[in-house]
Design a binder for this molecule. Structure first.
Ligand code: M6R
Length: 578
């Protein structure tokens, strides 16, 4: 969470920082700030709320060195005082991460006479660096032993009074350096640098950077070189490209991306799941839901026992594994703290690990024994859509490979086009004023409705719950009354009758029923109020088709409610804290 950025070079840094912050806003957006160096003086401007508010109060003027921050509050309320940058003594910095021992460090500093204005852990790090810098008289030395003093995770961009440079350190929070034609940038993620460059370096834990007109990277006091990488998609592809929202753009990219991923992996040698006696899939949020889809496909077609865990639970659970266990982590960002911790745990136990990841060279990609990229490109909307669909597709591809490509996964896009143009507004109009929406499904359709339910609640703020269809009558059905919306997915013919019976139970209590189905339901037309049909193809492909209408429905409901679709309240794209 939180996005940090810096620029040092020949251009005016202020517009570059603002542009970069806007492209990082998906990481947090409750306040933002910028610190710039002008006439040997550091000035700080910060504001509560969106970057546009900060932009409107920035003074005109030129500065060639600046750092900036967009915040997702962890310590202290989202207000101007707690917004970054923080300045203590000679140190001004922005921070992404969490300092676990900040209370202890605060006490130590207060005993030394320091006072603090904010409630943040970040201000304490600024204090700690300032304190030791005064003793060490060498910022490089101070930053090198920061790891021995500060516990937690951090990516820091630092200005030191009297020095025309930017310093950066990172531990367990992502940080890249962008190499521009006329200078350098640093940022939490690639979109922030793309207006200036597509060349970048990924920093490793405990790297220390000193950036002026040259870039020096040190690790453990040794000067080192890190590989220069190139981001190959266009800047436009990372931006909205004319769509009203990133979410809408990203959903519309799905048909192209789905076909592209099938093509990319067609000849590629991928992991043979059949080598394993059992599989553990670990992830959070939507990635967990994709893992559930994977479980149903793997168990049904490959007969391998597969368990799916929420990463924040897995990391504290008792582990059952053997030498033939495969651990799969699924993550769009590749930076989710709980998923990383679970992966590390699996590695400690010597379990073979596979990462299904979107962000190239992210922490999970680098830590996993094997990695498969879903190649979704940058996903900016906080609510995931294309990445989720491609995660499901990745499981379908892996299963199909084990089945010696029994099923045709080519040209899935042609089955998606009509789903993109369906009139969702009509149904959204029936839903957007509701207070509760229920989702039900069985087996793989249950996994899919979990994701559909999350989409609705996270972007439209309508309370929504998802149940295994047979479970409703064990309590929750008491909440169903006239016009309560119940949405279901039906793709599995074998259990069609069962789900239909459950829908009859809610219809009998007056529910409004919407079904997404790949099976003709004409003979049940008194059972539903609306139906959205997807093509009947095969179990491997249908999850990707079934979720698309419900992603677009959630989008349209949120639109009618006037919600901030790409930046839902309280959320951040990349959850890098526990
Ligand atoms: O980057 P990850 O895939 O590891 O993120 C996992 C979840 O935080 C993420 O899927 C989250 O649930 C989204 N808000 C869903 O739209």
């Amino acid at each position: 969470m939180c996005g940090i950025i810096g620029y040092i070079g020949k251009k005016n840094s202020i517009p570059i920082i603002i542009e970069g912050l806007k492209n990082l806003e998906y990481r947090g957006y409750d306040s933002s700030g910028i610190a710039y160096l002008k006439d040997n003086k550091v000035s700080i401007v910060k504001e509560e709320g969106k970057i546009s508010k900060l932009e409107s109060i920035l003074p005109k003027g030129i500065s060639n060195i600046a750092i900036g921050h967009t915040r997702w509050a962890t310590h202290g309320a989202p207000n101007k005082i707690n917004a970054h940058p923080h300045k203590v003594g000679k140190i001004t910095l922005v921070h992404n991460g969490i300092i676990e021992n900040y209370q202890e460090l605060k006490k130590f500093l207060m005993e030394k006479g320091y006072t603090f204005k904010s409630d943040t852990d970040t201000e304490i790090v600024a204090g700690i660096i300032d304190y030791y810098y005064a003793l060490d008289e060498d910022i490089h030395v101070t930053l090198s032993h920061l790891k021995d003093i500060v516990k937690g995770s951090y990516a820091l961009a630092i200005l030191v009074d009297g020095i025309d440079k930017i310093y950066a350190v990172k531990y367990k929070s992502p940080l890249i350096i962008g190499i521009t034609k006329d200078g350098y940038m640093l940022a939490s993620d690639i979109p922030a640098i793309l207006s200036e460059t597509n060349k970048y370096i990924i920093l490793e834990d405990n790297d220390i950077c000193e950036i002026s007109d040259t870039l020096n990277i040190f690790n453990n006091y040794k000067k080192i070189k890190r590989e220069e990488l190139e981001y190959l998609d266009s800047y436009d592809s990372a931006l909205k490209n004319g769509y009203a929202h990133y979410m809408l753009k990203e959903i519309n990219e799905e048909p192209f991306l789905v076909d592209r991923l099938v093509g990319l992996l067609d000849k590629e040698k991928t992991i043979n799941l059949k080598k394993y006696s059992n599989i553990e899939i670990v992830a959070c949020g939507s990635a967990y839901h994709a893992g559930l889809v994977g479980k149903y496909l793997i168990e049904k077609y490959l007969n391998i026992k597969t368990d799916v865990y929420i990463a924040s639970e897995y990391r504290y659970s008792k582990m059952f594994y053997n030498k033939k266990t495969l651990f799969i982590s699924v993550s769009q960002s590749g930076e989710t703290a709980d998923t990383i911790a679970s992966l590390n745990l699996a590695k400690e136990h010597g379990i073979h690990t596979l990462g299904i990841v979107n962000t190239v060279k992210s922490t999970i990609a680098r830590l996993s024994d094997e990695v498969l990229y879903i190649n979704a490109g940058i996903e900016c909307a906080v609510a995931t859509t294309k990445a989720y669909s491609l995660q499901c597709l990745m499981f379908a591809i892996l299963v199909n490979k084990c089945l010696k490509k029994k099923y045709n996964l080519n040209n899935i896009s042609k089955h998606m086009e009509s789903l993109l143009t369906f009139d969702y507004k009509k149904i959204a109009n029936k839903l957007y004023k509701k207070e509760d929406i229920f989702f039900i499904g069985r087996q793989i359709d249950y996994a899919l409705t979990m994701e559909a339910s999350l989409k609705i609640k996270e972007i439209s703020y309508i309370h929504s719950e998802c149940y295994a269809a047979g479970e409703l009558k064990h309590g929750t059905i008491s909440l169903i009354e006239k016009d309560t919306p119940v949405i279901s997915i039906i793709t599995d013919n074998n259990i069609l009758d069962k789900t239909i019976s459950n829908l009859k139970e809610v219809k009998a209590r007056g529910a409004y029923v919407l079904i997404v189905s790949s099976i003709n339901l004409d003979k049940y037309d008194d059972l539903y109020d609306d139906v959205i049909y997807i093509d009947k193809i095969n179990d491997l492909v249908e999850p990707i088709l079934a979720i698309l209408p419900l992603q677009l429905l959630a989008y349209n409901v949120a639109l009618l409610r006037g919600c901030d679709i790409d930046k839902p309240r309280n959320l951040a794209k990349s959850v890098t804290v526990e």
